[in-house]
Design a protein around this ligand. Sequence first.
Ligand code: HEM
Length: 379
Amino acid sequence: FWLRGESPPELVAFNPATKVWGVYGHAESLQVLNTPSVFSSEIQRKIAVDSRINVANLLQMDGMPHARLRKMVSRVFTPKSVVGLEPRIAELTGELLDRVCGRDKFDLVQELAYPLPLIVIAELLGVPSADRPLFQQWVDMMFRDHQEVSVAEGEQTPQEILGGAAEVLRYIGEHVAERRVRPREDLLTKLVETEVDGEHLTDAEVVNFGFVLLLAGYVTTTMLLGNAVLCLDAFPQWQAKARADRSMLPSVIEESLRMMPPFTALSRVTTEDVELGGKHIPADEVVMVWLAAANHDERAFADPYTFNPARDPNHHLSFGRGIHFCLGAPLARAEGRIALNLLLDRFPNLRTDPADVPTFRDIAIMTGIDRLPLLIGPS
Ligand code: HEM
């Protein structure tokens, strides 16, 4: 939203230094996300991505191949299947919070927001609990303690990230092969078995989908949890209302997603010349849709810089739009609601520590807390 500081704000602008078009308006962002034939997600056509991590995945596919794969995985990864996970998410959240009981202070990210989404994805995939520390270690190599991996600027991708990704891909691959022989009650088995119009997913497609769940669904959910707690701390009147009426929590989550979208920006490549927000964009150009800016467009949101969970409608773009709309949105929303609910239940005096300020992750295309020390003792 700090990107939209000019008056009148630029809705679409070319940056000659990076040679990237920035889209900042809500309507203009919708036009991009809803026209995938012109604004393609096949970003690899324009930007070289290391082939070891650039596994063909939903996020970077278009047209019929995307529609086919999305239809097949959507059969298995349904909103209804997420409802079935809710008791387990509550149990896991309770166990994680048990560990901090008796302390005066804890880091929300370290103790809850970072471990919870990973355990949920690992259990979804059917990673046995004995393997979880190893799995966690590889995933940490991919996500923890790294600054931005700027493929757009052609920087060297750190070996550690690639090493972690390669191990995760290999591990999921072994499990997919095993599920063909010995089916279990898990998502991988269901993906292996799913049949749409007489077609099955290949092993590689199942592996890539499992990997995309981690790429798209892990750190984003960590950030959602941290950002939502930060918003409730910054706006105590809303914390008091949510404490008294827990049915408000879904709106609190939507509003914190609007204010602080975990994915700050999405990239696309133009397939033809196009007019957008009064600008002419040639074919074959990189376009960044700044969700954080669109979510603060005063043409779409009254008083956009005010945290107001009561806003209705709240048509933020934090889960994207169109054919790539986040497949994990029901899961992320459920985790957010369950975690906030338990935090409010357990800690009547939950608040940030004025002597120990939170830190943010330093990644341009993501907005989120990296460390959120919270006081839980008597105030
Ligand atoms: C796609 C955001 C959680 C799985 C997306 C997209 C966004 C997004 C913006 C669209 C990307 C694009 O258009 O290029 C988020 C946020 C989350 C979250 C903010 C948490 C607050 C999850 C979770 C999962 C997940 C928990 C699953 C475990 C996916 C998948 C896609 C996707 C598979 C690709 C859909 C497609 O390309 O058809 N997400 N996501 N996400 N997300 Fe999420």
